[in-house]
Write a protein that binds this ligand. Structure first.
Ligand code: PEP
Length: 290
């Protein structure tokens, strides 16, 4: 058990809402209040998984104030690698932490494809996030053409190899598998493809590192996706903008199961099987900041 009473031997599911560039203050306040209301009504058990919301930067402090103490965590949608400096329009990991964030989404396909971010840039941002004590949510995923060409696993493996620092541990990194063609399109990967990709990713991560699925998750498909053994939660875009939809997705998380004994024996990176809860890290990750 960790200091908050969580069982560290299980991979508690995490449902994260990526609000993207949506919401004025009034919208963010309403959505945050709707989620807090449901958390309070649900009582001690909450929805049965960890909840994280990632509003636009302009709403971080407002939403952070409203969700404080509710058990819902706050995350940023991107950050610069540096702590400060002449980077007009950027936001540093330290600024996110200062605003109350415990997590930051990095390498989202809308950053990779819309802003030309490559694996090297994402790698640097993850190190920056760790320096500030944030857990990085590293997004990976193939395009439609790459899936049709049969190279999806190779692409994702290459993204992991290029962007995931060697100091990754279950308490500083979450991976989100997001097929690019499924994001915001209403299309989802088949359960077989999700399971196969998560299994492939699993072999490349430290044991107990959580792997989320993202790509048009909604209240109708959440139960089947979140019911897959290797799916440790969801990164939700569109459906996270509606309190009832996001809550329903979270409520579809099956109870956490203790992992098979062999999963505690370490992945290729030989990391510890221990993982921190959703809250901020309490120590600097090994070698972070370089
Ligand atoms: C996302 O933006 O990470 C995402 C998965 O979006 P959507 O759920 O809308 O497909």
């Amino acid at each position: 058990m960790d200091p908050r009473g969580r069982n560290m031997a299980v991979r508690t599911k995490l449902v994260a809402g990526n609000w993207k560039m949506n919401g004025l203050r009034e919208d963010g306040v309403a959505l945050a209040r709707a989620l807090v209301h449901r958390m309070v009504a649900a009582g001690a058990g909450g929805p049965g998984c960890e909840l994280l919301v990632c509003p636009p930067a302009t709403l971080l402090t407002t939403v952070g104030g409203l969700i404080a103490g509710s058990g819902i965590a706050l995350g940023g949608q991107d950050c610069h690698a540096a702590a400060k400096g002449a980077f007009t329009g950027d936001i540093s990991p330290e600024m996110l932490a200062d605003a109350g964030c415990t997590h930051v989404i990095l390498g989202h396909s809308e950053r990779r494809h819309g802003h030309g971010e490559d694996d090297t840039a994402v790698h640097g941002k993850i190190l920056g996030a760790w320096r500030a004590g944030l857990t990085a949510i590293l997004c990976v995923g193939e395009t439609r053409a790459q899936r049709e060409a049969g190279t999806a696993v190779d692409i994702v493996a290459s993204q992991l190899a290029g962007s995931m620092p060697s100091q990754a541990e279950p308490d500083n990194l979450v991976v989100a598998y997001e097929p690019v063609w499924a994001i915001g399109t209403g299309l989802t990967a088949t359960l077989e493809d999700i399971a196969a990709m998560h299994a492939a990713i699993r072999t490349r991560l430290p044991a107990q590192t959580r792997i989320l699925y993202g790509g048009s998750v909604n209240p109708q498909n959440a139960a089947s996706i979140l019911g897959l053994g290797e799916v440790d939660g969801a990164l939700v875009g569109g459906a996270s903008l509606d309190g009832e939809s996001f809550w329903t997705i979270a409520r579809n998380c099956p109870s956490p199961q203790p992992p098979p004994r062999e999963r505690g024996e370490g992945g290729p990176l030989g990391a510890s099987a221990m993982r921190h809860p959703t809250g901020a890290r309490t120590r600097a990750p090994k070698g972070a900041g370089g």
